[in-house]
Design a protein around this ligand. Structure first.
Ligand code: G1P
Length: 294
C-alpha cells in the first residue's frame, strides 16, 4: 500500500516572475482554488493521506493554506457566515497528516526529494510535482498506483513514472525516456535523459510530474553529482537506479495534462476549468461572441 506522497514546492517560480516574488506559484488561483489544491485533491482521491511538502523560504503560505485558522473560523461563526465557514473548514480538514520539510538550499528536484528520506521511512512512495495538473476521469496518480500494484504481482523494488507523448520541439523541457513497449500503456525504461536537445532525445515520451518510487531511489539520490543547471536531477538518480538493475516503468496515463508553470499553460488551465463549469462556460461563450473573437 502506498501511504505517502512527497510534494516538492521549494522552487523559486522564476518562469512566473514578478508575481512569484511574493506569491508562491503553487498558490496562484485557477478559478476558485489554488493550483496546489488541485494537486492535493488528486493525491487524496488516489488514497494517500500523508502529504510531505518540501518547502523553502517564502513558501510557508502553502502550509498555512491547509492549516487551521482559528481566528478566521470564529470571525465567520460570529457573523453567521455558514457557507464561507464550511468552505474554509473543508480546505483545512483536507489533509489528514501534513509533514513540512525545509530544503534550505535550492539544489534541484533530486535534492528536494532526498529531503523526504526520513519522513518516508523506507516505504514505497509517490512524488507529485505541483506544476503539472492532470484532469482525468480516474486521477492520474491513482492510475499510476494501480499499474504499480499490478507489477508488484511479478516483480519488486520497481518504480513507475507517468509519461506522455510531446512534440519533438518540446523534448528539451522534460525528462525523456527510452524503452521497450510492454503493452498499450506500459514501457520498460532503459534510459532517461534530463532535458535533451531535439537531436539527443531518444524518443518524444516525456516524464510528467507523477512518480512512484521504491525507497532505493534515496541510495542513488545520494550518489549523483550535480548536472543540468548545476542542480541534483531526479532523472539522473532514476538513470543510476536502472543501471543498477532496478526496474523502472513508464506509464501512458489517460487524461489531459496542463503545465501551469508558464503563461500559456496557466491560461489554458484556467480556460479548461472554466469550460467544465456550467455557469462559467456560458459566461465565456457570451464573452467570445461579444468580443467577436474568431
Ligand atoms: C522536472 C523534471 C523533468 C520532468 C518535469 C515534469 O523538470 O526534472 O524530468 O519532465 O519536471 O514537469 P522541471 O519542470 O522542474 O524543470
Amino acid at each position: 500500500m502506498i501511504r505517502k506522497a512527497v510534494i516538492p514546492v521549494a522552487g523559486l517560480g522564476t518562469r512566473m516572475l514578478p508575481i512569484t516574488k511574493v506569491v508562491p506559484k503553487e498558490l496562484l488561483n485557477i478559478i476558485d482554488r489554488p493550483i496546489i489544491e488541485y494537486v492535493v485533491d488528486e493525491i487524496i482521491s488516489s488514497g494517500i493521506n500523508t502529504l510531505i511538502f518540501i518547502i523553502s523560504q517564502g513558501k510557508g503560505g502553502i502550509i498555512d493554506y491547509f492549516d487551521t485558522n482559528l481566528n478566521l473560523r470564529s470571525f465567520l461563526r460570529e457573523r453567521n457566515k455558514t457557507d464561507l465557514l464550511k468552505k474554509v473548514e473543508q480546505v483545512e480538514e483536507k489533509i489528514e497528516h501534513l509533514v513540512e520539510v525545509r530544503q534550505k538550499i535550492p539544489e534541484g528536484l533530486g535534492h528536494a526529494v532526498l529531503m523526504a528520506e526520513r519522513a518516508i521511512e523506507n516505504e514505497v512512495f509517490a512524488v507529485v510535482l505541483g506544476d503539472d495538473l492532470v484532469d482525468g476521469e480516474v486521477p492520474c496518480l491513482k492510475q499510476l498506483i494501480e499499474a504499480y500494484e499490478k507489477l508488484s504481482e511479478k516483480t519488486k523494488n520497481h518504480s513507475i513514472i507517468a509519461v506522455e507523448k510531446v512534440s519533438r520541439e518540446e523534448v528539451s523541457k522534460y525528462g525523456i525516456i527510452d524503452g521497450e513497449q510492454i503493452n498499450k500503456n506500459l514501457i520498460k525504461i532503459k534510459k532517461v535523459v534530463e532535458k535533451p536537445s531535439v537531436k539527443e532525445a531518444p524518443s518524444n515520451l516525456a516524464i510528467i510530474g507523477r512518480y512512484i518510487f521504491s525507497p532505493v531511489i534515496f541510495e542513488f539520490l545520494k550518489k549523483i553529482p550535480k548536472s543540468k543547471g548545476g542542480e541534483y536531477q531526479l532523472t539522473d538518480a532514476i538513470q543510476l537506479m536502472i543501471e543498477n538493475g532496478y526496474e523502472v516503468y513508464g506509464y501512458l496515463f489517460k487524461g489531459i495534462r496542463f503545465d501551469t508553470g508558464n503563461k500559456e499553460g496557466f491560461f489554458k488551465t484556467v480556460l479548461h476549468y472554466a469550460i467544465k463549469d456550467k455557469n462559467l462556460r456560458e459566461v465565456l461563450k457570451k464573452f467570445v461572441n461579444e468580443q467577436k473573437i474568431t
